[in-house]
Every structure is written in structure tokens, then in C-alpha cells.
Write a protein that binds this ligand. Structure first.
Ligand code: NAD
Ligand code: USQ
Length: 414
């Protein structure tokens, strides 16, 4: 295999990273996974495990090689701490691209305590900086593909369609009105989301100063579990988070329905978020690798999301399909109770993405997985004790009626 076809996948043991590593390997790339298995350790800390019985990384990789004849190398490195090992590995592997998933990615986990806040900032910001620094030191022209988040734009009503990273504004220069493009103003809604806005600044700098070619994928909430490749053998099954910190909203509702827990809508459920199915995540990353920015091009930003939904509409849909009860809990987060969200996602569509959107068939597929493994769920872990501020009460009961709507619509970020 030509050296130019090697890809490093940082965080390749995780929910998005594992199916991406398999997809890229199947497409013919020579894949190298780097992961410190911190996510598996956090499962132990939280006292729960993936809904699906994920196998140790060594077994995952052995089975993949037996099935396909394709080898994926694995290095257990902490990219936030093991800088010199990372730099040496990059110099040895000489990858064409590095896909960077290796961050602490749960907003509620990042808000649990000072220790969790500090860990999230140390891990995510140092990790991203180490990768950039090592790319420059290697002297290689490596395309960095980073998994960012739609949350960097803030989740208030923007009053316009959210552009892909850059905003056109009018300014007066020497008495003349001119249009310029600026990075969209950051509006982080949690410590975790804040680290992604800090990552963006690091990208801006390394792109400007060192001409590092970077694609930042502003991804929405991922749902679903299996991809074509993870379905090839039970040993390849993907991780599925469901508990109060790491479980994301739609996957949580589907699991809650399977185990007979009320659907946990926070606040009025008026929050609108962008979504993407895990099968589209892996397709988008492959497309991003195939279409790198040119040398000296600014950081390329894609909105990696295919549709938007309001949380209470998702709860109503899942309830209709399964008969599950819906309950409204005091929102543990400090976020707008209600927002509209319209996003641009033209760039991936132009590259040929045929989006998978919410369909009953795909929802039933996840419900079926949840039903198969529901004995692995500890009901006491469904609600999180994480709160955005100490004065927000912890609500373990919820109520059957939707709370009264907010008095005034929220503005962006507040
Ligand atoms: P995940 O926690 O399942 O996977 C992250 C992986 O990175 C884990 O295997 C973990 O062990 C590893 N890791 C973390 N810190 C590391 C370090 N310092 N050194 C080496 N390995 C490290 O998360 P995910 O859901 O796969 O998310 C991957 C990326 O995609 C994250 O950056 C996240 O912010 C982004 N993202 C995820 C979603 C989602 O809904 N899951 C949505 C938008 C963006
Ligand atoms: N929510 C509920 N009930 C729940 C869980 C969540 O009502 O049981 C609500 C939340 O209050 C929030 C919305 O659903 O308004 C989304 O929450 P989430 O936990 O599904 O997603 P979020 O915290 O935003 O984070 C997830 C990933 C993160 C990624 C982000 C993309 O964990 O890594 O960056 O989605 S985005 O939301 O587009 O920023």
C-alpha cells in the first residue's frame, strides 16, 4: 500500500471512530488507530457499560482482519499527554490524513464537578494542540479532519440559516460599506462545547501560521448504532451510550422506551437540535478525506448534519411507535428553553451525500437493538446527577404535563 494512503484515526475505539476506522479500512486505506481507551475507563467510573456488548479492541481488530484480510494497527497513546510518542508515530506512519475524534465528548460529564471540567479542558485542548504541533514538527503535509460540533454556534434562535463556519457581515471601512467574512461568533453552551470553540481558534492559528490543511466538521447529535461494517460480525458491534451523561437524546429515548422508563424530556422539550445518523457520519468523513482543502486554503468547515428536530417532537414520535410515557423533567442544563434552528449543509450534499433521515424503519432497528440488550441497562443510571449550576434542582420524578411555554423567545446563546 502506498504511504500516501495511510490514515490515522485518533479516538478510533469510540462510538464514531470505530465504524469510521472500519469504513476507511474497507475503502482500501491503511488505517492506524490511536486511542487511550479512556472512554472505556469512564464507563467504569460511571458504573455502567455500553448497551451493546463491545469487545476489547484487540479482539475487534483480530476479527476484522480474519473477515476481510485487512490489518488495522492500534496504539494505546494519550494524545493529550504522550506528545513525543505521538510525534514519533506520525513521523513513522506518514499519514495522508489524521481524523481526530479523541476528545471527552459529553456535555453533562464536562459539567459534573471541577475535576470533570478541568479534565475535559486539559484533555481536549491539549490533545488538539498536540496533534497540530506534531503535524508541524513532522514536516509532512497532513490533512487534519476534526470532529467538531454544531453546538459551537450556540443554541438560541439565530433568526437566519446557520452558515458553514463563516458569516458574511457588513462593516464600514473608511466611510464605505463593505462585506467581509468572519468566523461565526462562538456561543458554547457547556464546558465541553467551549473546548470545541477553543479547538477552532487553534485551527485558525496553525492554518494561518503553518499552512496546516484542516477540515473542521461541525457535527450534530449522532443517532443509530450499526453501520454496514459493524454488522459484519458480533465482535464488531458498535458502542451505544444510553446513561445520563453520554447517552444522546434520540438514542436515549429509544432505550428508555425499550426498558419501560418514561421518556426524559428536559424542560419543555422546545430545544431544536441538528441530527445525523451514524451511517452518514462515516460517509461524511470519507468524503471530507477525499476533498481536502488546497494548500494555503483557510480552515474548511462543513455542517455535518442532515436534519433538525425539536426534542419534544422526537419524544412524541418514539411514544407513538412504542407506547412509552413521556415525562418532562426540570432541565439540568442552562440552555434556551425553546429555539428554532435552520442550518446550511450544502457542501456535503454537493459532494454527493444522500442523507439518511429519520424513518420508522431506522427507529425500529435501534428499538430492536435496545430490546435485545435491555438486561444490560441499570435503570438507576438513566437520570444524571450532572447540572449546569448548583442552584438547579435535581428532578428524579418529572411530570406528565409539558411545562408552560417560556414568556419571551430566547436570543442566540442565552
Ligand atoms: P467517544 O467518547 O465514543 O469516542 C472518543 C474516543 O476518543 C474514545 O474511544 C476515547 O477513549 C478516545 N480518547 C479521548 N481522549 C483521548 C486522548 N487524550 N488520547 C487518546 N484517545 C482519547 O465519542 P464519539 O461519540 O465517538 O465522538 C467522537 C468525536 O465526535 C468527539 O470529538 C465528539 O465531540 C464528536 N461528536 C460526537 C457526537 C455524538 O453525538 N456522538 C456529535 C457531534 C460531535
Ligand atoms: N435532552 C433531553 N433529554 C435527555 C437528553 C437530552 O431533553 O434525556 C435534550 C438536552 O437538554 C439538549 C438536547 O436534548 O437540549 C440534546 O442533548 P444531547 O445530550 O443529545 O446532545 P448534546 O449534549 O448537545 O451533545 C451531543 C454529543 C456531543 C455533540 C453534540 C452535537 O454528546 O458530543 O457535540 O451532541 S450538538 O448538539 O449539535 O452540539
Amino acid at each position: 500500500m502506498a504511504v500516501s494512503e495511510r490514515i490515522m484515526v485518533l479516538g478510533g475505539d469510540g462510538f464514531c471512530g470505530w465504524p469510521t476506522a472500519l469504513r476507511l479500512s474497507r475503502e482500501g486505506y491503511d488505517v492506524v488507530i490511536v486511542d487511550n481507551l479512556s472512554r472505556r475507563k469512564i464507563d467504569i467510573e460511571l458504573g455502567c457499560e455500553s448497551l451493546t456488548p463491545i469487545q476489547p479492541i484487540e479482539r475487534r481488530l483480530r476479527t476484522w482482519e480474519e473477515l476481510t484480510g485487512r490489518h488495522i494497527a492500534f496504539y494505546n497513546l494519550n494524545i493529550a499527554e504522550d506528545y513525543y510518542e505521538l510525534e514519533k508515530l506520525i513521523e513513522e506512519v506518514r499519514p495522508k490524513a489524521i481524523v481526530h475524534f479523541a476528545e471527552q465528548r459529553a456535555a453533562p460529564y464536562s459539567m459534573k464537578s471541577p475535576r470533570h471540567k478541568r479534565y475535559t479542558v486539559d484533555n481536549n485542548v491539549n490533545g488538539t494542540h498536540n496533534v497540530l504541533c506534531a503535524i508541524v514538527e513532522s514536516g509532512l503535509d497532513i490533512h487534519l479532519v476534526h470532529l467538531g460540533t454544531m453546538g459551537v454556534y450556540g443554541y438560541g434562535t439565530a433568526g437566519m440559516s446557520i452558515p458553514e463556519g463563516y458569516l458574511t457581515v457588513k462593516v464600514e471601512i473608511d466611510g464605505v460599506d463593505r462585506e467581509i467574512e468572519i468566523p461565526y461568533p462562538p456561543h458554547p453552551g457547556s464546558i465541553y462545547h467551549m473546548t470545541k470553540t477553543l479547538d477552532a481558534l487553534l485551527f485558525y492559528y496553525y492554518n494561518k501560521n503553518d499552512d496546516v490543511r484542516i477540515t473542521d466538521l461541525h457535527q450534530g447529535v449522532v443517532w443509530g448504532t450499526n453501520t454496514e461494517e459493524t454488522l459484519m460480525h458480533p465482535d464488531l458491534i458498535n458502542r451505544f451510550d444510553w446513561e445520563g451523561d453520554y447517552g444522546t437524546v434520540l438514542n436515549r429515548f429509544l432505550v428508555e422506551a425499550a426498558v419501560g422508563h418514561p421518556l426524559t424530556v428536559y424542560g419543555s422539550g422546545g430545544q431544536t437540535r441538528a441530527f445525523i445518523h451514524i451511517r452518514d457520519t462515516v460517509r461524511c468523513i470519507s468524503l471530507a478525506i477525499q476533498h481536502p482543502p488546497k494548500r494555503k486554503e483557510r480552515v474548511k468547515i462543513f455542517n455535518q448534519a442532515t436534519e433538525t428536530h425539536r426534542v419534544r417532537d422526537l419524544a412524541q414520535l418514539v411514544s407513538r411507535l412504542t407506547g412509552a410515557e413521556i415525562r418532562y423533567y426540570v432541565n439540568p442544563r442552562n440552555e434556551a428553553p425553546d429555539n428554532d434552528l435552520v442550518i446550511h449543509n450544502r457542501q456535503f450534499l454537493e459532494l454527493g451525500l444522500k442523507p439518511i433521515t429519520l424513518s420508522e424503519g431506522l427507529l425500529y432497528e435501534v428499538i430492536e437493538v435496545a430490546a435485545r440488550y435491555k438486561d444490560r441497562i441499570d435503570m438507576s443510571k438513566i437520570l444524571s446527577d450532572s447540572r449546569w449550576r448548583a442552584d438547579i434542582p435535581i428532578d428524579r420524578e418529572g411530570r406528565a404535563q409539558q411545562p408552560a411555554p417560556p414568556v419571551a423567545p430566547a436570543v442566540n446563546g442565552h
